[in-house]
Design a protein around this ligand. Structure first.
Ligand code: SF4
Length: 487
């Protein structure tokens, strides 16, 4: 018998009943597939498989494909009847609701359910999801004694081989799950009813479009919003306030509407089409910057499962840097970079290259310096022998993002943003990220993390693309610095 709701579709419905409806009845309206979103999903799958080692020698009840969950339900029923004590992906169906629990364990006469999450804590949505699983399993007659979430322990530090018992931590959510049973039962009825309607529920866009997860129907539901000069170019609080008051486009905002100072400047420049420049503040910002100038940028990966010794789950690991150096005002621009091999821990060689080339004096110019400073501090903790040298770098760091973030330089075409990706195309249109094979840092991390699985030719091409991407980040900084100097 096919199911009406699964655990995922139930969660879609909890986020927004319209999302559930569209997922079931208008799948063609979904946003195009997102490669980075898929990578996050794959990471969850890997972590789930690793957690099975906490309960070894279980029998997998997974279906052969996504359309054959009835086979998984039948297999689970048979395994329980045979008293198999550990079942992976145990599937249950009750009144058209299907759910599969990652690990089901029998001890004595009772069963214990474990759901694996690739996060560093138990989130509200994990409890909701466990509450549905509990509801289905209990109503299927399973004597379930407890239900727990297994997740990554942020305190775990890898030393040698992975220690699975230390890597994961387990928390029972039974009390919260029991509290939610009545709500779940009602919610199931409401959502089933939503699915029988001829039209999707009339639900307006709202903060629920992004939480707890980004909705994959946003292109469809947000199509009525202006693509430029929308109120969503302000920060979220201001934007939703305006939206709720009925304003979608900046032109609709009344002249006497009271906005916060940054939004006021943004709106004024959008209306006038003029660039705003606070030359005095920019001059003050530039004063402490001294030659040699080091334009510096890291790229990082954040593996959930620590790959190298001394790493914790989701620690940011720098694998690459680009450095443009200008020794003095009329010197030729030099470029140096480093890229790990994609296999071994990149940090020791990266550290050596950094310290060799960043010198002892002169400003280190970054864009969003807290990121670079944070990685330098991490490296100092991991490599105490280099700590003095590393700690001497951070006071030299200057944040080139500040003049744009603080709106000392504001162009209406920034549309309220100040990231390098937003500022560069407006001020230095000849430098383009969108023509690169790797146009953003998230893709760079993904490509690097997968280098070890590529053949030699692909790996060579992708390494070149990574180097071009990171090089553009620091060249962009050189050019933006020149723009500010010319003010
Ligand atoms: S985009 Fe927003 S309103 Fe539309 S289905 Fe998704 S969550 Fe609901």
């Amino acid at each position: 018998m096919s199911h009406v709701l699964s655990k995922s579709t139930f969660m879609y419905g909890c986020q927004c009943p319209k999302r559930l409806y569209l997922h079931k009845h208008s799948r063609d309206l979904r946003n195009p597939d997102d490669e980075q979103q898929q990578a996050i999903f794959d990471r969850g799958t890997n972590i789930g498989e690793l957690a099975r080692q906490l309960f070894k020698y279980g029998v997998d009840a997974s279906p052969p494909d996504n359309y054959s969950y009835h086979l998984a339900v039948a297999k689970t029923t048979a395994l329980i009847a045979r008293d198999v004590p550990i079942i992976y992906e145990a599937a249950f169906q009750y009144e058209g609701i299907l759910c599969a629990v990652d690990i089901l364990v029998k001890q004595g006469k009772h069963w214990y359910a474990f759901e694996v999450k690739s996060t560093l804590s138990v989130k509200e949505q994990h409890v909701q999801d466990a509450a549905l699983q509990y509801y289905v399993m209990i109503n299927c007659g399973l004597p379930l004694q407890d239900i727990s979430i297994i997740y990554l322990d942020r305190e775990y530090v890898r030393k040698g081989a992975l220690d699975i018992k230390q890597l994961f931590t387990t928390t029972s959510v039974l009390t919260e799950v029991l509290d939610q049973q009545r709500v779940i039962s009602n919610k199931v009825k409401v959502l089933k009813n939503v699915l029988t309607q001829p039209e999707p529920p009339a639900i307006a866009i709202g903060p629920h479009c992004f939480a707890p997860y980004g909705c994959d129907f946003s292109n469809h539901c947000w199509a009525h919003m202006p693509t430029e000069n929308s109120v969503f170019e302000f920060n979220a609080t201001t934007a939703w306030k305006l939206f709720d008051a009925g304003y979608h486009h900046l032109d609709q905002i009344p002249a006497d509407y009271k906005l916060p100072p940054k939004a006021t400047l943004q709106l004024t420049q959008a209306r006038s089409g003029q660039v705003y420049i606070d030359a005095e503040s920019i001059w003050q910002f530039l004063q402490p910057i001294t030659y040699p100038l080091y334009f510096f940028d890291f790229e990082t990966i954040m593996p959930g499962i620590p790959e190298f010794d001394t790493c914790t789950p989701y620690q940011q690991i720098p694998f690459q840097f680009s450095l443009h150096i200008k020794q003095h005002a009329t010197a030729e621009l030099e470029h140096i970079d480093f890229l790990g091999d994609g296999i071994t821990d990149p940090r020791p060689d990266l550290l050596e290259a950094m310290l060799t080339h960043l010198g002892n004096t002169g400003s280190i110019i970054c864009y969003n310096m807290n990121f670079e400073k944070g990685r330098i501090t991490d490296l100092a903790k991991t490599y105490p022998a280099a700590a003095t040298h590393l700690h001497a770098l951070n006071p030299r760091v200057v944040d080139l993002m500040a003049p744009f973030q603080k709106q000392w330089y504001y162009h209406p075409e920034f549309h309220g943003r100040y990231s390098i990706k937003a500022v560069l195309p407006v001020l230095v249109p000849e430098l383009r990220y969108d023509q690169l094979e790797i146009p953003n840092g998230s893709l760079a991390s993904l490509v690097y993390a997968n280098l070890k699985h590529q053949d030699a030719i692909t790996s060579t091409l992708q390494r070149q693309a990574l180097r071009e991407y990171c090089k553009l980040d620091t060249l962009a900084m050189v050019k933006l610095y020149e723009v500010l100097k010319a003010v």
